[in-house]
Design a protein around this ligand. Structure first.
Ligand SMILES: *Cc1c(COP(=O)(O)O)cnc(C)c1O
Length: 391
């Protein structure tokens, strides 16, 4: 008997259910092709939508920032960790997004924790889409407000709940902009309209919309012509922006208050100068040109058209996130494994990331993929899909 038997039993149970995650080690920079466990494979896994994760301009900016500012700020933002680079990034992001102000933090996950518990109290009610990202759920758990879940992307259900739920102070509606597992998009226009009717605050977590949706990747609000009408936009700098970090964009009063009270800003050290400089370079590239975003969408259409023609079920996706629905854990894993044998790297996603019965492969399209890369992927999917009995 050991004190840790309870965990060993849990681990064993994960293995038996086919839920134990085999974590691959990446031995190269992130691009269309990567080295994984000693093998060169086509990368259909990362959120490197625009190729910024290994972009020469971002690398150059990061190196220059190290020479000028060193490797770390050695302080939290509110004490001595705000370097001129952090302010420059926030100013540039605010201009890019067309919002009043931006506060940047260490990650998208922490951006949700920075805002949700900070601007709500026990007198408020949070209305949250049932499929919202885990980091939103964690943010709501840290909040004292009551949380009411509404049906996924169902504005009628949201309105019914806004109407029936007694509220002393504020209503806050939170949704993912793009849902990270299904690649569908929140009906932001309808959500904002219903919110305005009930004087509710709106918040969109646009981790998968930044750099993807809207003019040159300005995100879900801009995509729906709602710039300035979504009160709070959460962004991450770790997906399309290719680096690390997160931010809250929105009205001046919100951002100003977060600088006073958001715990990730107050109690965890600032992001390094190299990371921030790389993020600034990414924003500069997008502010100057939408070419990479256009390439991303052209690749997405090309791949999805071919996969649909082969008979694959791509779920509800309308973005570069391409779920290939399988509906069984073991089958999804076998599919992923066989693709890997064909030098195609794509992950099987199962419970608890997606509901049981909704197991899938999740293909992430990037502007870095060439047409030949996508053709290679489609050929492998066709072959393995027939072997495994999915098409
Ligand atoms: C990935 C993701 C996050 C977390 O962003 P990080 O910067 O990786 O912490 C938050 N919200 C959503 C919707 C995401 O998809």
């Amino acid at each position: 008997m050991s004190k840790l038997d309870f965990l060993n039993a849990e681990i064993q149970s994960l293995k038996e259910q086919g839920l134990f995650i085999n974590i691959r080690t990446i031995e190269s920079a992130v691009g269309a092709w990567i080295q994984v466990d000693g093998k060169r494979v086509l990368n259909l896994c990362t959120n490197n939508y625009l190729g910024f994760a290994n972009h020469p301009k971002l690398k150059e900016a990061a190196k220059a920032a190290i020479d000028q500012y060193g490797v770390g700020p050695a302080a939290v933002r509110s004490i001595a960790g705000t370097q001129s680079l952090h302010r420059e990034l926030e100013r540039k992001l605010a201009a890019f997004k067309g919002v009043e102000d931006v506060i940047s933090v260490q990650s998208g996950l922490l951006a949700n924790q920075a805002v949700i518990p900070t601007i709500t109290t026990a007198e408020d009610v949070i209305f949250s889409d049932e499929l919202n990202h885990a980091s939103i759920i964690d943010g709501t758990r840290l909040a004292k407000a009551k949380v009411v879940r509404y049906k996924h992307n169902d504005v009628a259900d949201l309105e019914a709940k806004l109407k029936s739920e007694p509220v002393t102070r504020n209503r806050l509606i939170i949704t993912d902009g793009v849902f990270s597992m299904d690649g569908d998009v929140a009906p932001m226009k309808d959500i904002v309209e219903v919110a305005e009717k009930y004087n509710a605050l709106t918040m969109a977590d646009d981790a998968h919309g930044e750099g993807v949706l809207g003019r040159a990747g300005r995100g879900v609000a801009e995509h729906f012509g709602l710039a300035g009408r979504v009160d709070i936009e959460i962004g991450t700098l770790s997906k399309a922006f290719g680096v690390v970090g997160g931010y809250v964009a929105g009205k001046k009063a919100i951002v100003e208050y977060l600088r006073q009270r958001a715990r990730p800003f107050l109690f965890s050290s600032a992001v390094t100068p190299a990371d921030i400089a790389a993020c600034i370079a990414a924003v500069d590239i997008l502010a100057a040109s939408g070419a990479l975003v256009e390439k991303l969408w052209a690749n997405t259409k090309y791949f999805k058209d071919k996969m649909k023609a082969l008979g694959f079920d791509l779920g509800q996706s309308v973005t570069p996130i391409t779920p290939v629905m399988i509906g069984d854990t073991h089958k999804a894993r076998a599919f992923s494994q066989k693709l890997f044998e064909h030098n195609i790297f794509t992950m099987a996603i199962g419970f608890p990331t997606v509901p049981k019965g909704k197991e899938r492969l999740r293909v992430m399209i990037s502007a870095t993929h060439s047409t030949e890369d996508l053709d290679l992927a489609v050929q492998a999917f066709e072959k393995v899909g027939k072997e495994v009995g999915v098409i």
